[in-house]
Design a protein around this ligand. Structure first.
Ligand SMILES: NC(=O)c1ccc[n+]([C@@H]2O[C@H](COP(=O)([O-])OP(=O)(O)OC[C@H]3O[C@@H](n4cnc5c(N)ncnc54)[C@H](O)[C@@H]3O)[C@@H](O)[C@H]2O)c1
Length: 395
């Protein structure tokens, strides 16, 4: 029997402690066979108790091609040898017996795929962002509750040792009462269109920089703070760069300017439960190196997390705690831990173990609903030009 995994347990060997029962195979289906599905398939291929039984993509032949490429590249052709292929996820779920699906579709179809899978008794590993709107996320949670199955949302940086250290520092009480947090990040010239253009189209991605990378920096701090409920949001989401051909000079795709219909920059001032202010900004494109470090300010000390690639768990410099020692302002460096190289293995293994043991999802919707409420709040506030209140019904 596999050991239960607790995301709040900071032991570095969560995955290694798992004992896998190879006798019973978990039957997995993949919905959406674009870029990120390769990481899912690769990680499943490393699990001894998995069989990938089906693949589906709206685009005819794409699932077959993805499975063939992964079999060749990752060297476990046997695991996908009997897979069936579909262009309609409903047909796949209706006809192939499965235990769980990875939903790797673009954001606008996350909710419908997850809900259909749950209604048909399947566990769901859902890629981030949770959904596009808060209403969709609520519908997924209702379906999850009704089904008795789990949905885990794809925030693999949570498994990184340095990311976990942020939470450990905050939860240790070393900083005292937290009252102000600044987070965010971004890329100087980095609108992601090199492998797929679905990220910049409103009817596919729904959200731009906010849904691609913004949700990661929000998760970084929300997870560290213990997921306080957002109460109000005043935000803006703009598109000054994505709509210009110059933004695609690096990738040689000026025509993308015509397609661009999401945000390339967003910022917000968010009031969280417990009197905490969250000051946030995210950019896909900017004339600046970084919009700032993550800082977590408390009544006994503050933590500075040097600007990170929050979307892949990369830390380049150590964190620093600013506090008084015997009344003297002092800085304490938190030693940088080695990068956790097997984030995807941990993401997939913890999901499988939760399915097998019937335990809580490793990255549960009950936490990520607040992330989604912030994304949704920024968009609503931006459209209305004023602060909005966040309302999340009891589910
Ligand atoms: N966790 C991570 O590190 C990470 C990294 C990149 C992307 N993502 C997330 O993964 C998702 C997919 O990103 P991507 O880069 O693979 O995009 P992509 O455009 O390369 O692939 C998405 C695929 O989903 C398919 N699809 C969409 N709706 C479908 C449906 N209803 N049924 C079947 N297939 C459907 C599309 O045809 C496309 O092939 C996005 O939500 C993105 O935010 C996560």
């Amino acid at each position: 029997m596999a050991k239960e995994i607790d995301m709040n347990d900071f032991s570095s060997n969560q995955v290694e402690e798992t004992v896998v029962n190879t006798g019973k195979k978990m039957r997995i289906g993949i919905i959406g066979c674009g870029g990120i599905s390769s990481s899912h398939i690769k990680a499943y291929m490393q699990q001894p108790d998995v069989e990938i039984v089906a693949g589906c993509d709206l685009i005819e032949g794409k699932a077959e091609e993805k499975f063939a490429t992964c079999a060749e590249k990752f060297g476990n052709a046997e695991m996908v040898a009997n897979a069936k292929f579909f262009t309609d996820y409903k047909e796949m779920i209706d006809t192939v017996p499965m235990d769980a699906v990875s939903v790797c579709t673009y954001n606008c179809t996350h909710a419908e795929c997850a809900i259909y899978a749950l209604e048909h008794g399947l566990n769901v590993l859902l890629e981030k962002p949770f959904t596009v709107t808060l209403d969709e996320a609520i519908e997924v949670m209702k379906a999850e509750k009704k089904s008795g199955k789990i949905v885990s949302v794809g925030f693999q940086p949570r498994f990184d040792a340095n990311m976990q250290m942020i939470k450990k520092v905050v939860q240790s009480g070393e900083l005292g009462r937290i009252y102000y947090v600044q987070t965010g990040g971004g890329r100087r010239h980095g609108i992601p269109v090199s492998w797929s253009e679905t990220f910049i189209e409103k009817d596919k991605a729904g959200l731009g920089a906010l849904g691609d990378i913004g949700c990661y920096s929000i998760d970084l701090v929300m997870n560290a703070l213990g997921n306080p409920k957002p109460l109000t949001v005043s935000g803006t989401a703009t598109d000054y760069f994505g709509t210009t051909p110059e933004a695609y000079a690096k990738v040689g795709k000026p025509e993308c300017a015509e397609k661009f219909s999401v945000d390339d920059f967003a910022s917000a001032y968010i009031r969280l439960e417990g009197g905490i202010i969250l000051d946030f900004r995210i950019a896909w494109y900017m004339h600046l190196d970084t919009p700032g470090d993550t800082i977590i300010m408390g009544t006994k000390g503050s933590l500075r997390v040097p600007s990170t690639d929050c979307w892949n768990g990369t830390f380049r410099q150590p964190m620093t705690i600013y506090h008084d020692v015997a009344g003297v302002p002092t800085q304490t460096e938190v030693p940088l831990l080695p990068k956790t190289e097997d984030l995807w293995n941990r993401k997939i293994r913890s999901f499988l173990d939760a399915c097998i043991n019937g335990t809580e999802a490793p990255v549960p919707t009950s936490q990520i609903i607040y992330n989604q409420a912030i994304l949704d709040g920024i968009n609503r506030s931006s459209k209305l030009g004023r602060e909005i209140e966040v309302e999340i019904p009891e589910i």
